[in-house]
Design a protein around this ligand. Sequence first.
Ligand code: DX5
Ligand code: ZN
Length: 219
Amino acid sequence: MDYILAPSILAADFAVLGEEMRRTADNGARYLHFDVMDGMFVPSISFGMPVLKSIHEVTEQVMDAHLMVQEPVRYVEDFRDAGADIVTVHLEACEDVGATLKKIKECGMKAGLSICPETGVCAVEEYIPDIDMLLVMSVHPGFGGQKFIPESLTKIRDIRNMAVAQGRELDIQVDGGIYLSNVREVLDAGANIIVAGSAIFKGDPEKNTREFMEILKSY
Ligand code: DX5
Ligand code: ZN
């Protein structure tokens, strides 16, 4: 199992985005987590395809697009064209989850499926064979800098058990309120891809990335 750090650029300084990304890439962060918000599925609006395209052109990092967007199936091709490697959609935002995941795969990208804190893990069981990554939201999607919801740990454990029962080495990503102080609990519960926004970009991103990577490498 690969243990990967995915800095969320939502917390970065957009005036110097290229430099912010390099600070994480040069210190071992293999993914770049890209939070797309549409003002419908979540109250806030962040950024979209043109920003991803610019970033993609100047980094080797894996472009991990987290679409907090109503009916994301409408944008799958656009994100492929912009350079996304992974597209994650919310179970709660899709009218036809299966068709949306199929479209992501047909476009040659990895398919991720995400659930909000109030969605139970039973809802994802049937999709495990079709996905590359399951994203457990450990805060209510929409804003960075929120507090980690501890019940997420049980969900991570349950999903890891489900995947093992299905013989899948599924990537489990966790997003929201993760800091150096609680990342071990998340990893111990069975997650292997860690999203961190505030914990990376508030303060010194190089030092923060190195400290996260030291923990991830010990797994
Ligand atoms: C929340 C986003 C997260 C967010 C995480 O809707 O999906 O990726 O940026 O930020 P922190 O790490 O600050 O909780
Ligand atoms: Zn996210």
